[in-house]
Write a protein that binds this ligand. Structure first.
Ligand code: GLA
Length: 401
């Protein structure tokens, strides 16, 4: 699948997503002039393949119809000036000062993208923009990756010398921004999904070669994202801890990455490992296998098997990898009780955030109502539910010359 497109205008002005329309109107109000471009990038939900990306393994996410958009216009100086409608804050940074640590908070993601782009040798120009998003923040749907990719698209739109939009390269740039500038040690999945999404498809991603293969979703099914509304506590420290446990487990099996360890090898080394390392490795190795099986099932239209694999993934994440929490377990149980549900699991890093369910389309409305009601009755927390479509990755549209 090609990752390069040289077009700057993909969507037309007429079919912009809601946050893009809001950003354009917000720009007019904030800067008393018209924006020339609007860039927008989607969040993502991962169907299966959790905590495998940083083990050089396989993931199967899809870009979802929730976006972060930036309406923008070029500036003559070397400043980037941004106003966020959702945060209700403005901020600015200079393209002359792009060292990590100079900017904090939400703006650090934009600053990081500028810094990581500059490191590739690209000459950047200043711009001002207004940001609007409907990707829920802090829910594990990759609001930060969506923001990063929208910023990258914004820079590409107003650059003096056109540089080709290479979606995979841009995902890597944005991951570097998140790792080094925002200080979050994530893998490549979120940025790759936001950059490379394919409408109507999930994408099997090989996180070593970065090769991607689209897997079609069936119109008779819906992907429902169930937000536990549980704030993700300790996620950074626990995430980093899992990363080092995986690296240690791989080393104990004589490999650099768990991707290269088979279940046979793991059993061979079992006696030399502590029980925790063994369980962490067992999750990653079995999850990689499940993810490849899930892709095969989707390409064969076997969504019953996909649902079963999703259920197994949750159990493995819960017991072997220990990144679920009581709210996620309750949500998954409520979802599985519904007759139209083929499978459900936690999605993303864990410790709160969202579950994802595969649901028969004709039951989706009842499913959403019943699951949210049952979850609230059991936990006392008001959840949110999003029925999602799979959409294309980051885009930019020219509004005026
Ligand atoms: C977060 C990270 C991803 C990935 C998932 C777990 O979303 O950003 O890189 O590791 O957790 O699968």
């Amino acid at each position: 699948m090609s990752s390069t497109d040289s077009k700057t205008t993909i969507s037309s002005r007429e079919n912009l997503p809601a946050p893009a329309v809001r950003a354009v109107a917000g720009f007019r109000e904030k800067f008393a002039t018209e924006a020339t471009h609007v860039a927008f990038a989607p969040g993502r939900v991962n169907l299966i393949g959790e905590h495998t990306d940083y083990n050089d393994g396989f993931v199967l996410p899809m870009a979802i119809d929730r976006w972060t958009a930036i309406a923008l216009r070029r500036r003559v100086d070397e400043q980037v000036v941004l106003h966020s409608l959702d945060v209700g804050e403005s901020g600015a940074f200079s393209l002359r000062e792009l060292a990590p640590g100079k900017v904090e908070g939400w703006l650090s993601y934009a600053h990081g993208v500028a810094g990581a782009l500059a490191e590739t040798g690209i000459t950047l120009r200043g711009w001002e923009g207004v940001v609007a998003s409907d990707v829920p923040m802090g829910a594990g749907l990759s609001s930060s990756a969506a923001f990063e990719l929208a910023v990258a698209r914004a820079f590409s739109a107003i650059s003096k010398i056109a540089w080709p939009w290479d979606a995979v390269m841009m995902a890597r740039v944005c991951q570097r921004a998140e790792n080094r500038w925002a200080g979050v040690n994530c893998g490549i999945m979120d940025q790759l999904a936001s950059a490379c999404g394919v409408a109507g498809h999930a994408l099997l991603m090989d996180c070593r070669s970065l090769e991607m293969r689209p897997a079609p979703l069936d119109a008779r099914l819906k992907i429902v994202v169930l937000d536990t509304a549980k704030k993700r506590g300790l996620v950074d420290s626990a995430y980093n801890e899992r990363r080092s446990q995986c690296a240690a487990a791989a080393k104990a099996c004589g490999a650099e990455y768990l991707r290269d360890v088979t279940d046979v090898t793991l059993e061979k080394y079992r006696a030399t490992m502590d029980a925790l390392s063994y369980r962490r490795a067992r999750h990653v190795i079995s999850e990689n296998a499940r993810t490849e099986e899930a892709f095969a099932a989707m390409t064969q239209g076997d969504f019953v098997s996909l649902g079963v694999l999703m259920n197994q993934s949750h159990e493995s994440l819960r017991h072997d990898f220990e990144v679920s929490c009581s709210e996620l377990d309750v949500m998954v149980e409520c979802a599985r009780k519904e007759p139209g549900c083929l499978g459900a699991r936690m999605t993303g890093a864990g410790f709160g955030g969202c579950a994802v369910a595969l649901v028969k389309a004709d039951t989706a409305i009842a499913f959403t109502a019943n699951v949210t009601r049952a979850y609230q009755a059991l936990t006392g927390i008001v959840p949110a539910a999003h029925v999602c479509r799979a959409v294309v990755g980051a885009e930019v549209t020219k509004l005026a010359s």
